[in-house]
Design a protein around this ligand. Structure first.
Ligand code: SF4
Ligand code: SF4
Length: 179
Protein backbone atom coordinates (compact mmCIF):
# COMPACT_ATOMS: atom_id res chain seq x y z
CA UNK A 1 0.00 0.00 0.00
CA UNK A 2 1.52 3.38 -1.00
CA UNK A 3 2.50 5.57 1.94
CA UNK A 4 0.81 8.96 1.93
CA UNK A 5 3.24 11.93 1.67
CA UNK A 6 6.24 9.83 0.65
CA UNK A 7 6.55 11.66 -2.67
CA UNK A 8 6.42 15.09 -0.98
CA UNK A 9 9.20 14.10 1.46
CA UNK A 10 11.35 12.79 -1.35
CA UNK A 11 10.88 16.02 -3.34
CA UNK A 12 11.61 18.20 -0.33
CA UNK A 13 14.77 16.18 0.33
CA UNK A 14 16.06 16.95 -3.18
CA UNK A 15 15.20 20.65 -2.70
CA UNK A 16 17.11 20.84 0.62
CA UNK A 17 20.09 19.02 -0.88
CA UNK A 18 20.40 21.64 -3.63
CA UNK A 19 19.61 24.52 -1.24
CA UNK A 20 22.68 23.85 0.88
CA UNK A 21 24.84 22.22 -1.79
CA UNK A 22 27.62 23.81 -3.83
CA UNK A 23 26.32 26.39 -6.30
CA UNK A 24 27.37 26.11 -9.94
CA UNK A 25 26.74 29.14 -12.12
CA UNK A 26 27.63 29.01 -15.78
CA UNK A 27 28.51 32.45 -17.10
CA UNK A 28 26.74 32.04 -20.43
CA UNK A 29 27.28 33.45 -23.05
CA UNK A 30 30.88 34.27 -22.02
CA UNK A 31 31.40 30.67 -21.02
CA UNK A 32 30.06 27.91 -23.24
CA UNK A 33 29.97 24.26 -22.40
CA UNK A 34 31.65 21.79 -24.69
CA UNK A 35 29.01 20.30 -26.92
CA UNK A 36 28.44 16.56 -26.81
CA UNK A 37 30.14 14.52 -29.46
CA UNK A 38 28.13 14.29 -32.70
CA UNK A 39 25.91 17.24 -31.75
CA UNK A 40 24.47 19.11 -34.72
CA UNK A 41 24.85 22.84 -35.00
CA UNK A 42 24.07 25.23 -37.83
CA UNK A 43 25.03 24.10 -41.31
CA UNK A 44 27.77 25.53 -43.46
CA UNK A 45 28.93 24.71 -46.98
CA UNK A 46 32.39 24.78 -48.50
CA UNK A 47 31.66 26.39 -51.87
CA UNK A 48 35.10 25.54 -53.26
CA UNK A 49 34.28 21.86 -53.07
CA UNK A 50 30.57 21.97 -53.95
CA UNK A 51 29.91 20.37 -57.35
CA UNK A 52 26.36 21.76 -57.64
CA UNK A 53 24.79 18.33 -57.87
CA UNK A 54 21.64 19.68 -56.10
CA UNK A 55 21.21 16.47 -54.09
CA UNK A 56 21.07 18.33 -50.75
CA UNK A 57 18.38 20.63 -52.13
CA UNK A 58 16.32 17.73 -53.43
CA UNK A 59 16.46 15.63 -50.29
CA UNK A 60 15.75 18.40 -47.76
CA UNK A 61 12.28 17.71 -46.35
CA UNK A 62 11.86 21.31 -45.15
CA UNK A 63 12.81 23.02 -48.42
CA UNK A 64 15.53 25.06 -46.68
CA UNK A 65 18.26 24.79 -49.30
CA UNK A 66 18.06 26.75 -52.54
CA UNK A 67 20.82 26.59 -55.11
CA UNK A 68 21.23 28.65 -58.26
CA UNK A 69 23.12 26.56 -60.71
CA UNK A 70 25.06 27.58 -63.80
CA UNK A 71 27.85 26.08 -65.91
CA UNK A 72 31.42 27.25 -65.58
CA UNK A 73 34.90 26.06 -66.51
CA UNK A 74 36.14 26.48 -62.94
CA UNK A 75 39.07 24.07 -63.18
CA UNK A 76 40.31 25.29 -66.57
CA UNK A 77 39.76 21.93 -68.27
CA UNK A 78 37.91 23.53 -71.17
CA UNK A 79 34.71 21.69 -70.24
CA UNK A 80 32.11 23.76 -68.39
CA UNK A 81 30.63 21.88 -65.45
CA UNK A 82 27.72 22.57 -63.09
CA UNK A 83 28.60 25.38 -60.74
CA UNK A 84 26.69 26.71 -57.70
CA UNK A 85 26.73 30.46 -58.21
CA UNK A 86 24.23 30.99 -55.38
CA UNK A 87 23.51 28.90 -52.30
CA UNK A 88 21.20 29.71 -49.40
CA UNK A 89 20.42 27.73 -46.26
CA UNK A 90 17.32 28.92 -44.41
CA UNK A 91 17.88 28.28 -40.70
CA UNK A 92 14.35 29.34 -39.85
CA UNK A 93 13.11 26.10 -41.38
CA UNK A 94 15.99 23.69 -40.77
CA UNK A 95 15.25 20.86 -38.33
CA UNK A 96 18.86 19.61 -38.24
CA UNK A 97 17.95 16.20 -39.60
CA UNK A 98 21.33 15.95 -41.39
CA UNK A 99 19.91 14.34 -44.52
CA UNK A 100 21.68 16.94 -46.67
CA UNK A 101 24.99 16.10 -44.98
CA UNK A 102 24.55 12.40 -45.55
CA UNK A 103 23.64 12.73 -49.21
CA UNK A 104 26.44 15.12 -50.23
CA UNK A 105 28.88 13.13 -52.40
CA UNK A 106 31.87 15.37 -51.61
CA UNK A 107 31.14 16.09 -47.91
CA UNK A 108 31.17 19.83 -48.43
CA UNK A 109 28.02 20.59 -46.41
CA UNK A 110 28.33 19.85 -42.71
CA UNK A 111 27.22 20.90 -39.23
CA UNK A 112 29.23 23.40 -37.22
CA UNK A 113 29.20 23.86 -33.44
CA UNK A 114 27.27 27.11 -33.81
CA UNK A 115 23.73 26.90 -32.42
CA UNK A 116 22.77 30.49 -31.57
CA UNK A 117 20.50 31.36 -34.46
CA UNK A 118 18.47 34.43 -33.60
CA UNK A 119 17.06 37.35 -35.56
CA UNK A 120 14.24 39.89 -35.50
CA UNK A 121 13.20 38.91 -38.99
CA UNK A 122 12.88 35.38 -40.28
CA UNK A 123 14.56 36.32 -43.56
CA UNK A 124 17.72 37.19 -41.63
CA UNK A 125 18.04 33.53 -40.77
CA UNK A 126 18.58 32.67 -44.43
CA UNK A 127 22.36 32.49 -44.76
CA UNK A 128 23.83 33.17 -48.16
CA UNK A 129 26.87 31.40 -49.60
CA UNK A 130 28.29 31.81 -53.07
CA UNK A 131 28.57 34.81 -55.35
CA UNK A 132 24.93 35.59 -56.07
CA UNK A 133 22.25 35.88 -53.35
CA UNK A 134 19.32 33.53 -53.80
CA UNK A 135 15.79 34.58 -52.88
CA UNK A 136 14.90 32.41 -49.85
CA UNK A 137 11.19 33.11 -50.21
CA UNK A 138 10.97 31.09 -53.42
CA UNK A 139 10.29 27.44 -52.73
CA UNK A 140 13.08 25.42 -54.37
CA UNK A 141 10.81 22.40 -54.60
CA UNK A 142 7.30 23.54 -55.57
CA UNK A 143 4.66 20.85 -55.13
CA UNK A 144 4.11 18.65 -58.15
CA UNK A 145 0.72 19.20 -59.72
CA UNK A 146 -1.25 15.98 -59.84
CA UNK A 147 -3.11 15.08 -62.97
CA UNK A 148 -6.90 15.17 -62.57
CA UNK A 149 -8.44 11.76 -62.17
CA UNK A 150 -10.41 10.39 -65.06
CA UNK A 151 -14.13 10.89 -64.90
CA UNK A 152 -14.62 7.16 -65.41
CA UNK A 153 -13.05 6.40 -62.04
CA UNK A 154 -15.55 4.83 -59.69
CA UNK A 155 -16.88 6.90 -56.80
CA UNK A 156 -15.60 4.47 -54.16
CA UNK A 157 -11.96 4.45 -55.29
CA UNK A 158 -9.65 4.20 -58.27
CA UNK A 159 -10.36 0.53 -58.97
CA UNK A 160 -11.45 0.05 -62.57
CA UNK A 161 -15.03 -0.94 -63.06
CA UNK A 162 -15.58 -4.60 -64.01
CA UNK A 163 -17.76 -5.53 -66.92
CA UNK A 164 -21.05 -7.12 -65.76
CA UNK A 165 -21.12 -10.93 -65.94
CA UNK A 166 -22.98 -12.40 -68.84
CA UNK A 167 -25.92 -14.47 -67.62
CA UNK A 168 -26.88 -17.32 -70.01
CA UNK A 169 -30.52 -17.16 -71.19
CA UNK A 170 -32.89 -19.58 -69.51
CA UNK A 171 -33.87 -22.58 -71.62
CA UNK A 172 -37.56 -22.84 -72.58
CA UNK A 173 -39.32 -25.91 -71.07
CA UNK A 174 -39.88 -28.82 -73.52
CA UNK A 175 -43.39 -29.36 -74.82
CA UNK A 176 -45.25 -32.14 -73.11
CA UNK A 177 -42.95 -32.20 -70.12
CA UNK A 178 -44.61 -32.90 -66.78
CA UNK A 179 -45.45 -29.86 -64.84
S1 SF4 B 1 19.57 19.41 -41.87
FE1 SF4 B 1 17.68 18.55 -42.75
S2 SF4 B 1 16.20 20.23 -42.65
FE2 SF4 B 1 18.25 21.15 -42.38
S3 SF4 B 1 18.89 21.76 -44.44
FE3 SF4 B 1 19.69 19.69 -44.08
S4 SF4 B 1 18.12 18.31 -44.95
FE4 SF4 B 1 17.19 20.34 -44.67
S1 SF4 C 1 25.02 17.83 -52.14
FE1 SF4 C 1 27.02 18.75 -51.66
S2 SF4 C 1 28.00 18.97 -53.67
FE2 SF4 C 1 25.84 18.65 -54.06
S3 SF4 C 1 24.97 20.73 -54.21
FE3 SF4 C 1 24.73 20.07 -52.06
S4 SF4 C 1 26.53 20.86 -51.01
FE4 SF4 C 1 26.99 20.94 -53.21
Amino acid sequence: MPQVGQGILKGMGITLKHLFGKKITRMYPEYKRDLPERSRGMLTVDMDRCIACLQCMRICPDHCISIEQTKRDADGSGKPKPYAIGFVIDDSRCMYCSLCVEVCPVNCIYHTEEFEAQAYNRLELARQFGERPVDPTIDPKPPVKKKPKKAAASADGDAPKRAPKKVPPKKAPKEGAAA
